[in-house]
Design a protein around this ligand. Structure first.
Ligand SMILES: *Cc1c(COP(=O)(O)O)cnc(C)c1O
Length: 216
């Protein structure tokens, strides 16, 4: 089952890459394992996925214990009081959405002598439910974050609003890329999920985050 899904995903990635003349090998698929059983996760790892994404620290902690060889990454909203635990598990935190959170990550990382890789989550849409930095007023906050010694910013992340047509998500991905190009062109973009990853690739995604496309 999962193997069939993966073949379909790879095919779709290849088609999108061909459209923009990109190499599919440069797209990193983060396999989103939230709510999945360990048996399913092992099947995905077995099929070649090594980068696994989780939304909650508690859930990730248990899975990390059972599948320690995988590369675990945090994609959900991170509470300040969970940072200490999170630093023990995740190689990359996609969802840094406030200066306060960045400062706490820096503080805890200092204590354990870790340089924590992070992405900054940007609120590219106007949905009230989404968290993230507001592009128009991002500059001052960014300055503060880039000054934190134990934080290494590797790029930007966004979650597009739920749409009936993936084409409608394109504007949000384009906005993230525009912002990235302006700030630091060497940064990566984490954008695109099961319903909109093809459009995200066309707009320049480096990391796509897939749950249902892989697990059904
Ligand atoms: C759940 C989740 C995903 C994966 O969603 P699918 O639609 O199942 O691919 C990606 N990113 C974030 C932030 C998520 O919470």
């Amino acid at each position: 089952m999962i193997k069939d899904n993966i073949l379909k995903v790879q095919e779709r990635i290849a088609v999108s890459c061909a459209k923009i003349k990109a190499d599919p090998r440069n797209i990193t698929v983060l396999c989103v394992t939230k709510g999945r059983l360990v048996r399913e996760i092992l099947e995905a790892v077995d099929a070649g996925f090594n980068h696994l994404g989780e939304n909650r620290v508690q859930e990730a902690k248990e899975k990390y214990r059972l599948v320690p060889s995988a590369d675990w990454q945090m994609i959900g909203h991170l509470q300040v009081n969970k940072v200490k635990e999170a630093l023990k598990i995740f190689s990359l935190i996609h969802s840094v959405d406030s200066v306060k959170l960045a400062q706490e990550i820096n503080r805890q990382a200092q204590k354990i002598n870790k340089i924590q890789d992070v992405l900054l989550e940007v609120k590219t849409s106007f949905e009230a439910t989404k968290s993230g930095f507001i592009p128009e007023v991002f500059a001052d906050e960014l300055g503060e974050i880039l000054n934190l010694d134990n934080l290494r910013v590797k790029g930007l992340m966004t979650v597009a609003p739920l749409m009936n047509d993936p084409e409608e998500a394109r504007q949000y991905f384009a906005k993230l890329k525009y912002l990235r190009d302006k700030i630091n062109p060497s940064w990566v973009l984490s954008m695109g999920m099961t319903d909109d990853f093809e459009v995200a690739i066309e707009e320049g995604a480096d990391i796509i985050r897939l749950g249902r496309a892989i697990f059904g």
